[in-house]
Design a protein around this ligand. Structure first.
Ligand code: ZN
Length: 305
């Protein structure tokens, strides 16, 4: 039985809207608007932002302005704000570091079929390539975060045995990952499976553990609580719940930054964010994109002012 008094007292929210959120948008979101989105997130108290992906521009045209976004935003941010990016390979790593980044994210997938769809190669082939990236990261003082996609389920292979993401996580840690994130890319996790995997992960890994939940089947926020119960307090979230995955069929919605912040605030878990600023940013984002986003807080308002 969980004693709520024993939950972590703080939580770290990583805003992934500018990358994960926008990646699946068919229309190009202007570079200036991406930069404004990052500025507004920072103003709202977010201290880590996944700003872009150094993927091949032909593969994900939305991210073709990666270097420009990073080079514009980096000089104007306070030192406590970390800007990070996804890199799919060594070439992406080189581009990210050349743009000035000191922290990057590398993704493996917990199922072979899904991994092939994402990377066009086997998990083992990507692991071999990542070994080079980790070595270069270590030499250059660039932190490399390992992410394991589809940790709780795969749209092609179904249930994923708990040992599979754990084994990959241990491999990433040995290779030099400075943090490990488990991602429920297509919203297949529930609180019990979240707790089971994370409890093991926290026991076995010595680097910080984080999570990336999607609210595809409305379990995202319950999963946040289960993660807290396992002692994990680093959460990827996106403003408005923007996002999906272009390589995963019917994968909708990251958990929304403002909804997560509101829940955590009310649970007396400090996030350092301003709900008012988060909501005004979502309102701005909806106007900029010309559509409503799935997050609820901007519609309902905070429970208590
Ligand atoms: Zn996501």
């Amino acid at each position: 039985m969980c004693n709520f008094a024993e939950l972590p007292k703080t939580a770290h929210l990583i805003e992934v809207g500018p990358r994960d959120g926008l990646q699946s948008e068919p229309d190009f979101f202007p570079t200036a608007a991406k930069i404004e989105m990052i500025r507004r997130a920072v103003r709202a108290g977010i201290r880590e932002i996944e700003a872009t992906s150094f993927v091949h521009p032909k593969r994900v045209p939305q991210m073709q302005d990666a270097a420009e976004v990073i080079q514009t935003i980096l000089p104007e941010l306070p030192p406590e704000v970390e800007i990070i990016a996804l890199v799919p390979n060594e070439k992406g790593f080189e581009r990210a570091v050349a743009a000035g980044l000191r922290k990057v994210r590398l993704v493996l997938t917990a199922s072979q079929t899904f991994h092939r769809k994402n990377f066009n190669q086997s998990i083992e082939e990507t692991q071999a390539e990542f070994a080079q990236v980790f070595a270069r990261g270590k030499a250059a003082g660039v932190n490399c975060v390992g992410i394991i996609a589809a940790s709780w389920g795969c749209p092609y292979e179904g249930r994923v045995a708990v040992e599979q993401p754990l084994r990959l996580a241990e491999g990433l840690e040995q290779a030099g990952a400075t943090e490990i994130f488990f991602a429920d890319t297509t919203g297949m996790a529930v609180p019990t499976t979240v707790y089971r995997l994370l409890q093991e992960a926290v026991a076995r890994l010595s680097v910080p553990v984080g999570v990336h939940f999607h609210n595809t089947r409305s379990t995202g926020y319950a999963n946040v609580v289960a993660a807290l119960q396992a002692g994990v307090n680093r959460f990827d979230t996106s403003l408005g719940g923007l996002g999906g995955c272009p390589f995963a069929p019917r994968a909708t919605g990251n958990i929304a930054t403002e909804d997560t912040a509101h829940m955590l605030n009310e649970m007396r878990i400090e996030t350092g964010t301003s709900l008012e600023q988060l909501i005004s940013t979502v309102t701005w984002l909806e106007a900029s994109m010309g559509k409503k986003l799935p997050g609820q807080l901007a519609k309902a308002g905070p429970a208590f002012l």
